[in-house]
Design a protein. Structure first.
Length: 219
């Protein structure tokens, strides 16, 4: 009985039970391992459930209480979801390592006008795709998308196989050991903005944990 009372109190305070975290690819390559480690240290009774998800699914599951915290890139969050940008990254063009454009002394983005592109579908992240499209439009063309995938790992493998090119946040390429090369787009105005997402449910059930995560990402 004493254990049950203590456990119930811990769950009520967010010190036990489980916390469900959604994330996009670049987050797991960078800050997510540290977040999980800190949660384990500060809240050893909390089990962390991790789910790699696109932006749209994160919005839906946060609103319905099936997700507690989300991390996404270039978001347009609905009104019932709270969010805060905590990092800006540069975009890069990802090419097969043997691509002819890598031999050019000066890279011009307009040279990709006739290249096949690999991008997510707008259903998976309309704001992110719109940002990539705006990068291309500023260079004078609209991307010719021949493959849609929400998985960054899949997109990079398709690039490696010579099936197209893509544009990703630089951090998405961390720890990759593929036959690909990238060119930084550091002179464009568009940036890849990483944001944390949460809901009223999160503040009710996991306020202490949410505050810890915000502290880790310097919010």
């Amino acid at each position: 009985m004493d254990y049950a009372i203590k456990r119930t109190k811990q769950i009520h305070l967010g010190e036990a039970g489980e916390v469900k975290i959604g994330y996009t690819h670049s987050i797991v390559q960078t800050i997510l391992p540290r977040i999980v480690k800190e949660i384990r240290t500060k809240f050893p009774g909390v089990k962390t459930v991790l789910r790699e998800m696109n932006n749209t699914d994160q919005y839906k599951d946060l609103a319905e209480g099936r997700l507690d915290i989300g991390f996404a890139t270039n978001i347009i969050a609905p009104e019932n979801i709270k969010s805060k940008v905590f990092f800006e990254d540069v975009f890069v063009v990802v090419l097969p390592k043997t691509h002819h454009l890598l031999k050019e002394k000066k890279f011009d983005l307009s040279a990709l006008a006739n290249e096949p592109f690999i991008l997510p579908h707008k259903i998976d992240g309309s704001a992110y795709v719109s940002t990539v499209e705006s990068i291309c439009l500023d260079a004078g063309f609209f991307p010719n998308v021949v493959h849609h995938t929400a998985s960054v790992s899949s997109a990079l493998k398709l690039v490696e196989a010579g099936l197209g090119v893509t544009i990703e946040p630089k951090r998405s390429l961390s720890s990759q050991n593929l036959a690909i090369k990238f060119i930084e787009l550091n002179k464009i105005s568009q940036k890849a903005q990483s944001a944390i997402l949460w809901s009223d449910h999160t503040e009710r059930e996991h306020l202490s944990l949410l505050q810890l995560v915000k502290k880790i990402i310097n919010l």
